[in-house]
Write a protein that binds this ligand. Structure first.
Ligand code: S3P
Length: 433
């Protein structure tokens, strides 16, 4: 349990860790490529360490030298059958991506996870993989998952209805080791880190973005060639700092090397629409990912209405955006948040109940969230329930910097994505103990 109290301002330049999505991919893709890959700035959080451990267990040589992780890849079919079940902790990304990858290997495997991951839907990945004739047995739609590997899957034409980069990436990883051409169409574009990295590793991949859709064509069984990777810093982790500076007076933050991928930066668009004073500077490319530096000032925010089309570009940021909206001058409506119900917790429900406990008037109608901010909040209970969800814990720690003290229960879960969060927040003026 941590307690977050009112601050006098958030100032300085916190160290934001490496991007979680890119870190997972920076282990998975070099592990099945040919050659040596030096990964700089890999996020060493629980989720990513589970992916790292999984590949070590499948015989990949991985060295950790100072801040670098060095991965010695031996090609698409070089993984070895793991001796034990692969335990993935809380990590949905590891689970969905590895399901795809392992369904096209020549050995069988079993995936397991913690209590939260074991409740999350897995048919969303196993069903489309079955179109490719993958043989996966779920436990009532959840983990544990038994994967009967087969490196002779059928190339297919698959339409993904659920907006999910995890599903898309699982399918891409399965098609890498599948002879022939697989076509994956996303009805709504989601984060494209997998496609970007596969392309730079020499995969036979073609990506066409048509309006809000994307069509990816991949020809399998082409060996990949490793490259060194510099993981940019995580925008989703920065979001907690950005909002803490925006809502607290006398604040100014500088954030460096932040991933600003257009399939992922909906939060910045949303906050700017609300009147946030954020400057995006020094825009550049690194490993074909857009990165930038940011300057963030205390701001007077207005409420706004966001449609479901932006939800896919910022799905992890709604807990912290809801905190920002609670301190705006006018109400906000965030539409189309169905996917929030199947994250590390039912995030929509926890945003609602915790905001209400903080005295914020809010409601949901179907999958839309309505927030009616006020000048003063009367806290009903200062215990924040997180259900072990890292993003709920960090979002309400930021809420505590404005109306605290708030007690964040099970705050240990923060190490899922951002082990140094409390230290970094305190370094810039937070009061979290
Ligand atoms: C992720 C995709 C998103 C996101 C998750 C990371 C990824 O999940 O919520 O934190 O790395 O591909 P979905 O693709 O299921 O929406």
């Amino acid at each position: 349990m941590i307690s977050a109290s009112i601050t006098n301002g958030i100032n300085g330049s916190p160290n934001i860790p490496g991007d979680k999505s890119i870190s997972h991919r920076s282990i998975i893709i070099p592990s099945i490529s040919n050659g040596i890959c030096e990964v700089n700035n890999l996020l060493k959080s629980d989720d990513v360490l589970h992916t790292l451990e999984a590949f070590k267990n499948m015989g990949v040589k991985i060295d950790e030298i100072n801040d670098k992780v060095v991965i010695y890849g031996n090609g698409l079919n070089s993984l070895k059958k793991p001796k034990n079940e692969i335990y993935l902790g809380n990590s949905g990304t590891s689970a969905r991506l590895l399901t795809g990858l392992l369904s096209s290997q020549k050995f069988n495997s079993i995936l397991t996870g913690d209590k939260s991951l074991s409740k999350r839907p897995m048919k969303r990945i196993s069903d489309p993989l079955k179109t490719m004739k993958a043989n996966i047995v779920t436990t009532n739609g959840n983990l544990p998952l038994k994967i009967f590997g087969n490196n002779n899957l059928s190339p297919s034409n698959i339409k993904i209805e659920i907006p999910s980069a995890q599903i898309k990436s699982g399918l891409l990883l399965a098609s890498l080791n599948t002879k022939g051409e697989t076509i994956i169409t996303e009805q709504r574009i989601t984060r494209d880190h997998t496609e970007t990295m596969l392309k730079s590793f020499g995969a036979n991949i073609d990506i066409k973005k048509i309006g809000s859709k994307s069509k990816i064509t991949i020809s399998g069984q082409k060996e990949l060639k490793s490259k060194n990777i510099n993981v940019p810093n995580d925008l989703s982790s920065s979001a907690f700092f950005i909002v803490s500076a925006l809502i607290n007076e006398n604040s100014f933050l500088k954030l460096k090397n932040i991933n600003n991928n257009p399939t992922r930066n909906g939060l910045i668009l949303a906050l700017k629409k609300m009147g946030a004073n954020i400057s995006i500077i020094n825009k550049r490319l690194s490993n074909n990912e857009n990165i930038c530096d940011m300057e963030v000032y205390s701001s007077t925010l207005n409420g706004c209405e966001l449609g479901s089309e932006i939800a896919d570009l910022m799905i992890d940021e709604y807990p912290i955006l809801a905190v920002a909206a609670s301190f705006a001058n006018s109400p906000s409506i965030f539409r189309g948040l169905k996917e929030l119900r199947v994250k590390e917790s039912d995030r929509l429900e926890l945003i609602l109940s915790n905001l209400k406990n903080c005295g914020v008037k809010c409601e949901t109608e179907n999958d839309d969230l309505f927030i009616y901010p006020s000048k003063n909040y009367e806290i009903k209970t200062n215990i924040i329930k997180t259900e072990f969800d890292h993003r709920i814990a960090m979002a309400f720690a930021v809420m505590g910097t404005k109306i605290g003290p708030l007690q964040i229960s099970d705050s240990d879960c923060i190490k899922t994505s951002f082990p140094s969060f409390v230290n970094e927040l305190n370094k810039v003026g937070g009061k979290v103990y």
